[in-house]
Ligand binder design. Structure first.
Ligand code: PMP
Length: 344
């Protein structure tokens, strides 16, 4: 990779980050007259810790990384946007992403006026490694989502590392679904491969989509740069407190992940047994992509029954596909019952 400072937007090299009242004071005090807050205690009248230190310690323990290798965002969507802002000069730079994949890479590119080079996966949704290396040359960022949304497959660790070694910019591995995967996270490679950014979220396996908490794991140097451009209090107090409390009961989350994976197998078996479903793509995530003749009709039928799935038929390589999130056992029973009646 290039030197990190060469990749940062030239006009940000000398940025002086906003310094909040709580950045400037650390220590013991009982009277806080520094931040123009309302002094009357109600649980939320004070600004939250801008660097979320307590929460990062807990998440760092869980993920096996240190606090300064962690960035927390208002969902991983904020993390994606901050990477665009930090690295890409609007109207000039270019980024690359695999396709089909998560829709926010292109939305964030558009909002930031950055050209997006989409690199089609192979027909079987595997990674076209050589083509990615060739086609992404000159891009500032390269997004690889693994397990990939909506195809549900993971890519080979060795292939992703090879791409990262050959790529001159920053490789973002979006691991939103890693907790459902049989493959390990690439987070243990952030030291030896300093252009790697691992993006994860508490929205999926951890069951906290509503509080908006995403994270990035990367070298201390890179995380330091993201901290310079983030909004001062991007993780609100309610989110920090709720996450800290919920992460004390990690055993419950582990049980839920196991159950979701069992349910995924049960759904896969059922879908594979239905001959009119043309393809059930093997899943390493908490959703299953199926290809079925007349996907729009099945989609409409399920809606009539009160079940919403995601129609991915307009995505590249995905004609006639539906993406089914694994629900509770009862919800999955209903889904299977409706699919049965649809085909009978
Ligand atoms: N990455 C991927 C691959 C996703 O599918 C999603 C959500 N659909 C996100 C990121 C966004 O996650 P968050 O809720 O943390 O913003």
């Amino acid at each position: 990779m290039k030197n990190l400072n060469e990749l940062i937007r030239p006009d940000l090299q000398d940025i002086k980050p906003y310094s909040s009242a709580r950045d400037e004071f650390e220590g013991e005090a009982s009277i806080f007259l520094d931040a123009n807050e309302n002094p009357f205690e109600n649980g939320v009248n004070r600004y939250p810790d801008p660097l979320q230190r307590k929460l990062k310690e807990r998440i760092g323990d869980i993920k096996g990384v240190s606090v300064n290798q962690l960035f927390l965002g208002n969902g991983s969507d904020e993390c994606i946007d901050l990477l665009f802002r930090l690295f890409c000069v609007p109207g000039k730079d270019r980024v690359s992403a695999i396709s089909p994949s998560y829709g926010m890479y292109s939305v964030s590119a558009k909002i930031n006026n950055i050209e997006l080079n989409e690199i089609l996966l192979n027909e079987d949704f595997s990674l076209p490694v050589d083509q990615i290396i060739e086609s992404s040359k000159g891009s500032k960022l390269l997004f690889i989502c693994s397990p990939n949304n909506p195809t549900a497959n993971s890519f080979e660790v060795g292939d992703m590392l090879r791409i990262a070694r050959e790529f001159e910019g920053i490789v973002v591995i979006d691991e939103a679904y890693i907790d459902f995967s049989d493959q390990p996270s690439l987070s243990k490679f952030i030291q030896e491969q300093s252009n790697l950014v691992i993006s994860q979220t508490l929205s999926k396996a951890y069951g906290m989509a509503g509080i908006r908490l995403g994270l990035m794991i990367a070298s201390t140097e890179l995380i330091g740069w993201v901290n310079k451009v983030k909004p001062p209090y991007n993780i609100n107090l309610l989110t920090q407190n709720f996450a800290l409390q919920k992460l004390q009961h990690i055993g419950q989350t582990e049980k839920e992940i196991l159950l979701i994976k069992e349910e995924r197998s049960r759904l896969e078996k059922f879908l594979n047994a239905e001959s009119r479903i043309l393809n059930v793509y093997p899943s390493d995530a908490n959703f299953i992509l199926i290809r079925v003749e007349g996907a729009d009709d099945l989609y409409d039928y399920l809606i009539k029954k009160g079940v919403v799935v995601r129609n991915r038929s307009k995505q590249p390589l995905c004609s006639n596909t539906l993406r089914l999130t694994v629900g509770t056992p009862e919800e999955n029973n209903k889904l299977m019952e409706f699919i049965n009646t649809y085909f009978s």
